[in-house]
Write a protein that binds this ligand. Structure first.
Ligand SMILES: *Cc1c(COP(=O)(O)O)cnc(C)c1O
Length: 398
């Protein structure tokens, strides 16, 4: 006898809904923000500088530039890389659209690489097949927080003289061969959106070891305006003088967001450890279920996981992903899907991208959903999620 699913009138596994992600803001975070609100500078002041220092310390990068969100970070990185009209940039196909939109912002063309069918990260073999004389760079995403195959991707970049932007929006706290993400690629971009591991409400950053990139990023963050005489066309030591030398933006972060992030980053080790614990518990529970495929973990990546992907072996089930998703949702374990292959979006379709170009990504999309993973989930919550997955699986078992 299988239990009646809540979606067909049965009793849900739990009474209250759990969503796939949630921020953790505590009293000390709140106090840090309030203290900043009454200080002299409330935007791009000392807290932003402190946050940049903290990010350098955590990632081991020489420089960090804090910006208003992760998309702004990607935009400035793509501009600084020099991507433009006529250039091709190879991008992961399974990611948030911002990873590839940043290439479009610069007038360059995103070229979608397929994923590895087991790790779900961008496949180096697929990258190699897509390189042409017009290829200028790669945007590699550390999907779910697991580092992409950075050694091999960097080798490809060296061979073909490409710039590597690592989209580490999922991966703050992750290490690759013992080295923190943020100090490995030419530029690494982070996001501090509330579903990510640490948050500033909104927020983003770029880290780099390259002095030239750093200066350009700093300039582009504030309208392309510089106060550095070395960068001016008409240098003067007049105290009031600043000069716009290129077309930039206002991508600044406020000091109260930076204060929240400095406070949050103190808790990164705890956030990271709890996420690892939950991932381990899920892996254990799902490893013994033939209907569920567990994401492969590469030994090179010591992963602070942002997302937990529940992947269905549809041959062993009588339902499709949609039915499983809806049933799980009704049990009050509310999943989300990460991600639609970027080129499935109608905007990309209009640009001429067609289905069929990344078969592994397309199959992945039909079979997955992300289940709750965040710091403040209790052990009880985690067991509820597992029970809900087991209940739905039992119902649809072939
Ligand atoms: C969240 C996210 C972004 C964008 O970050 P925002 O801060 O929301 O602008 C970019 N890439 C990936 C992979 C993300 O998950």
């Amino acid at each position: 006898m299988t239990e009646q699913l809540a979606i067909f009138g049965g009793t849900p596994v739990r009474k209250t809904k759990i969503f796939y992600g949630r921020q953790c803001i505590e009293q000390d975070d709140i106090e840090a923000v309030i203290a900043t609100l009454t200080s002299d500078l409330i935007t791009c002041g000392p807290k932003v500088e402190e946050l940049e220092g903290k990010l350098c310390q955590i990632t081991g990068a020489k420089h960090a530039v804090v910006v208003s969100n992760g998309t702004a970070a990607l935009h400035l990185a793509a501009l600084t890389a020099g991507f433009g009209e006529g250039d091709e940039v190879i991008v992961s196909s399974i990611t948030f659209a911002a990873s590839s939109n940043c290439v479009l912002y610069c007038g360059a063309k995103p070229v979608f690489a397929d994923i590895d069918p087991e790790t779900y990260n961008i496949s180096p073999a697929s990258i190699r097949r897509l390189i042409t004389p017009r290829t200028k760079g790669i945007v590699a995403v550390d999907f779910t927080g697991q580092a992409a195959e950075l050694d091999e991707i960097r080798a490809i970049c060296r061979e073909h003289n490409l710039i590597l932007i690592e989209d580490a929006a999922h991966a703050i706290g992750t290490k690759y061969r013992g080295q923190p993400v943020g100090s490995i690629a030419d530029m690494t971009c982070f996001s501090f959106h509330p579903v990510k591991t640490v948050t500033g409400g909104e927020g983003g950053a770029i880290t780099t070891n390259d002095e030239g990139f750093y200066r350009r990023l700093m300039r582009l963050r504030t309208h392309g305006i510089t106060r550095n005489q070395e960068e001016m066309v008409h240098p003067t030591d007049a105290a009031w003088y600043n000069e716009q030398v290129e077309l930039g933006y206002n991508y600044r972060m406020t000091d109260f967001q930076a204060a929240l992030l400095v406070s949050q980053l103190r808790k990164l080790p705890a956030f990271s450890a709890r996420r690892k614990e939950i991932v381990q518990r899920y892996n254990e529970a799902f490893a013994e279920m033939p209907e569920i495929i567990v994401q492969k973990e590469i030994p090179e990546s010591d992963t602070t996981r942002h997302l937990y992907i529940l992947r269905l072996d549809l041959e062993k089930l009588t339902c499709d992903r949609r039915q499983f998703f809806d049933a799980l949702y009704a049990e009050n374990t509310c999943p989300q899907v990460h991600y639609l292959p970027v080129y499935y979006h109608s905007y990309y379709e209009k640009l001429g991208y067609q289905k069929g170009i990344c078969p592994n990504a397309e199959k992945f999309y039909e079979e997955v959903m992300s289940i709750p993973l965040y710091y403040s989930l209790t052990d009880e919550d985690v067991e509820d999620v597992i029970r809900a997955v087991k209940k739905v699986t039992a119902y649809y078992r072939r």
